[in-house]
Ligand binder design. Structure first.
Ligand code: SF4
Ligand code: SF4
Ligand code: SF4
Length: 320
């Protein structure tokens, strides 16, 4: 294993913290991303700022929800341009956001680090469960859209759904409890600011699942569902030289998204799948020189290196 400062995980961690500070710069009295005029139509998959005082919301899931709630016909232009920009960004960067910038990715990665530091083994999901779980994110996105349509279009005849399952996404988003309480502690929000009980339960669920299971929330996240279909067509992708693969399985063991395709693929060069969050743990830990790599517009910018081969002999292969 390379030294801390030589590992791809290190700049990733710095980027995750850096983005969190930048995205929440309003806390420090500095204009943040969503307050700059030319960025108004750029929406990201997930945003903590929904729950920051006076901060704009620039999460595409909330944009979708809020616009549909207001009536799509009236506001369609307000949604079409952000959606187009969003799709173009995903086609350029894939789900790069998820591993490098997402404010919900960071706490999940920190929980994994904490578990490893405590010496606890992770809970391994059986492959079939993992595949089934990955599909849940589409159900989540469907419910967000269906719920908001029932609000925005009373004429659609969905009032039963509206009253029986009246759960907007902000009540299910773990960001709420995670970021409102620190603001109360800092005196930025009044102490009597209410966090709905459902949000607390979701946050508890987030902690309980993401501690033993790596990136559990990403398996079911509706924002992930919006990115996933475009991921493998993105200009940035994982490439594999199958002639160099020894089928050791390390790439599957280290993958936080439980992806096995990089390991099992025997022919194709592009091994990016819809669930890949572009963390490059597989590239970092693959013990074969040049076997795995990251390609940006056809140019390889990162490749696996053989010095990592010491990992093949450890019991768990690598820290997971
Ligand atoms: S899938 Fe995970 S990392 Fe990606 S937007 Fe959702 S919570 Fe964030
Ligand atoms: S870690 Fe590298 S050599 Fe091992 S199975 Fe994965 S791609 Fe092949
Ligand atoms: S396939 Fe590789 S880059 Fe993608 S999520 Fe898994 S470890 Fe990360």
């Amino acid at each position: 294993m390379g030294k801390f400062w030589q590992r791809i995980s290190t700049p990733r961690l710095i980027a995750q913290f850096g983005w969190l500070v930048f995205a929440n710069a309003l806390l420090f009295g500095v204009p943040s991303f969503g307050t700059i005029a030319w960025t108004r139509n750029i929406y990201f998959p997930d945003a903590t700022t929904k729950f920051l005082q006076n901060a704009p919301t620039y999460s595409i899931v909330y944009k979708l929800q809020d616009t549909l709630e207001g009536g799509f016909i009236t506001y369609y232009m307000d949604l079409v341009i952000p959606l187009l920009i969003f799709v173009v960004l995903i086609l350029l960067l894939g789900r790069f956001w998820c591993a490098w910038l997402c404010p919900l990715g960071l706490p999940q990665d920190l929980l994994t680090r904490l578990r490893r530091w405590l010496g606890w083994k992770r809970v391994e999901l059986p492959p079939k469960w993992s595949v089934a779980l990955h599909q849940m994110k589409y159900l989540g996105l469907f419910l967000v859209i269906f719920y908001t349509l029932s609000l925005g279009f009373p004429g659609l005849g969905l009032p039963g759904f509206r009253t029986s399952l009246a759960i907007p996404y902000e009540q299910l988003d773990p960001n709420r409890a995670m970021y409102v309480y620190p603001q109360i502690a800092l005196g930025l929000l009044p102490p009597n600011t209410i966090v709905p009980i459902l949000s607390l339960l979701t946050f508890g669920f987030f902690l309980m699942t993401c501690f033993p299971i790596r990136r559990f929330w990403c398996h079911i996240c509706p924002a992930g569902a919006m990115m996933a279909p475009f991921n493998k067509y993105a200009s940035i992708h994982l490439k594999k030289d199958n002639s160099k693969c020894t089928h050791c399985g390390i790439c599957a063991r280290v993958c936080p998204m439980e992806i096995r395709k990089v390991w099992t693929e025997r022919e194709k060069e592009n091994v990016t799948v819809s669930e890949c969050v572009h963390c490059y743990r597989c590239v970092e830990e693959c013990p074969e020189d040049g076997c795995l790599g990251v390609s940006v517009m056809g140019k390889v910018v990162l490749e696996s290196k053989s010095p990592n081969s010491e990992l093949t002999n450890t019991k768990e292969g690598v820290a997971t």
